[in-house]
Design a protein around this ligand. Sequence first.
Ligand SMILES: NS(=O)(=O)c1ccc(C(=O)N2CCN(Cc3ccccc3)C2)cc1
Ligand SMILES: [Zn+2]
Length: 260
Amino acid sequence: SIAHFSTGMHPMWQGPLVAPGGNRQSPIDIRVRKSVFDPHLKPLTPDYDPGTCSQIWNNGYSFLVEYDDTTDKSILKGGPLEDNFRLCQFHFHWGESNAWGSEHTVDRRLFPAELHMVHWNSNKYRRFEEAVMEENGLAVIGVFLKIGKRHEGLQKLVDALPAVRHKDSVVEFTRFDPACLLPANIDDYWTYAGSLTTPPLTEAVTWIIMKQHIEVSHDQLAVFRSLLFTSAEEEVQKSMVNNFRVQQPLRGRTVRSSFT
Ligand SMILES: NS(=O)(=O)c1ccc(C(=O)N2CCN(Cc3ccccc3)C2)cc1
Ligand SMILES: [Zn+2]
């Protein structure tokens, strides 16, 4: 209703439509022909230890697969990054239908879902909570999901999701290798300076968006949609779908590509 909009009420995770004074907000549309090839971009070198995988948590916006980030066992280096970045969690954003769901788009093309692998700069900061407030404290790899063949590696995660159906539920989840969710080719990516796409929307993120998508089956994505935004106590249960932020103005930023 009009009243609803006039009070500027937004679902929590959308936050303000544009962060006050923000000129490097995410997500954005990647205009392929406007991206600039940068020959100095190095290959990305993720090195993850499945032994650091600890749990899955439904935080009421998405479900986070969390990693022990007290040592440099699961790290990301290379690409546009000067420092060592530690993996702390990965999560997804998806739609209620396969027609939309991703946060970033490529020449306006929407994908049914998008994976975010979240890392923080362990050369400069001691913990995630510090890095999230600092310019370039975080590096997030984005991977688009398309509906196709079943993703064998994802199935272990899909089978664990019913245990975290409600907001604030947690389940132990170990020995999951996040590298299995990366596309075969991780040398071709776009990169730009952006922000978190959920509160506190801080402009701390070096985004690295993979050109190649991964495939998951319709049934696997349907299990994501069986999760709930709401906790077990709430009378009205709300399906966890459309948990993506609206796109933000580019504000003159350049998107670089690692490929021609
Ligand atoms: N969609 S995204 O990839 O941009 C992304 C979203 C959320 C997060 C995340 O783990 N947190 C954001 C802040 N939050 C808690 C927090 C911490 C410090 C200060 C305030 C609040 C945790 C990471 C990446
Ligand atoms: Zn995200």
